[in-house]
Unconditional design. Structure first.
Length: 251
């Protein structure tokens, strides 16, 4: 037997899908419950008083009702805390949408996610202030997310010989490792994605990239390759294909 319960928590709205004539199914991330899914009845009515609160990428304090054995809740009430894309430039909005895509594919219902919740907020607040090479900050976010999710890729040394003083020449998805120029030959070369000197420099300095972002040059090919590495790594870690369709709007 299940018992009705109410929960009150802060959450960030990641996606919203029309349901029926006037309702929406909302998916959000919460520091207390991980992913949340709830039905908001009547929210699409022109005079709904919660239209502003339930906008995409809004942080709200929400009251929900549901069943303890059911991951789908029903919306009761909300107060808005912040909307992270109101008045924000197009490129920053796309990157906020991209990190939300990742959250929806990585995290699960009922798992506490305080650290990654705060990580989402910090990224969304900071990306707006970046004037050049915003994608570098997105990549840094991905590496931090990998670490917090327990699927870290060492970015400062070769995964095969352990050296940290040689540039990377490739990434091996099977071994979950970057490969230095000394080790990048034979079988390893055949099963690795080749990377450029510029991309090697970015990867080796990814956690301090905010201090270098205005000086770094890289090609469109580097952008495609790095995004490919991120998706391949996630696919290997979670055993399903990942997408970053938001970035198609930019690259």
């Amino acid at each position: 037997m299940s018992f009705p319960e109410e929960i009150s928590t802060n959450c960030i709205i990641l996606t919203k899908i029309d349901y029926g004539e006037t309702a929406s199914v909302v998916k959000a991330v919460s520091p207390d419950y991980g992913l949340l899914s709830f039905i908001a009845k009547g929210i699409r009515k022109p005079k709904s008083k919660f239209r502003e609160e339930l906008q995409l990428f809004s942080e709200i304090n929400v009251l929900l009702k549901g069943n303890c054995d059911n991951s789908l809740y029903y919306f009761i009430d909300a107060q808005i805390i912040n909307n992270y894309v109101r008045g924000v430039d197009f490129e920053s909005t796309v990157f906020i949408q991209a990190i939300s895509e990742l959250y929806l594919q990585i995290f699960h219902y009922g798992e506490s996610q305080f650290v990654v919740y705060e990580l989402w907020k910090r990224f969304s607040e900071y990306i707006v202030s970046v004037k050049k090479n915003k994608i570098l900050i997105f990549w840094r976010f991905c590496f931090r997310l990998f670490y917090e999710a327990g699927i870290n890729i060492p970015s400062d040394f070769c995964g095969f010989c352990g050296t940290n003083d040689k540039p990377f020449r490739g990434f091996s998805p099977i071994d979950n490792s970057f490969v230095c120029e000394k080790c990048f030959s034979g079988t390893l070369e055949k099963r690795s994605l080749r990377i450029s000197d510029n991309l090697s420099f970015i990867i080796k300095n990814i956690y301090s990239i905010g201090n270098l972002k205005d000086k770094i040059e890289f090609s469109k090919s580097d952008q495609i390759k790095m995004n490919q590495i991120i998706k391949i790594h996630l696919g290997e870690a979670y055993h399903h294909r990942f997408h970053l369709r938001s970035l198609d709007l930019l690259y």
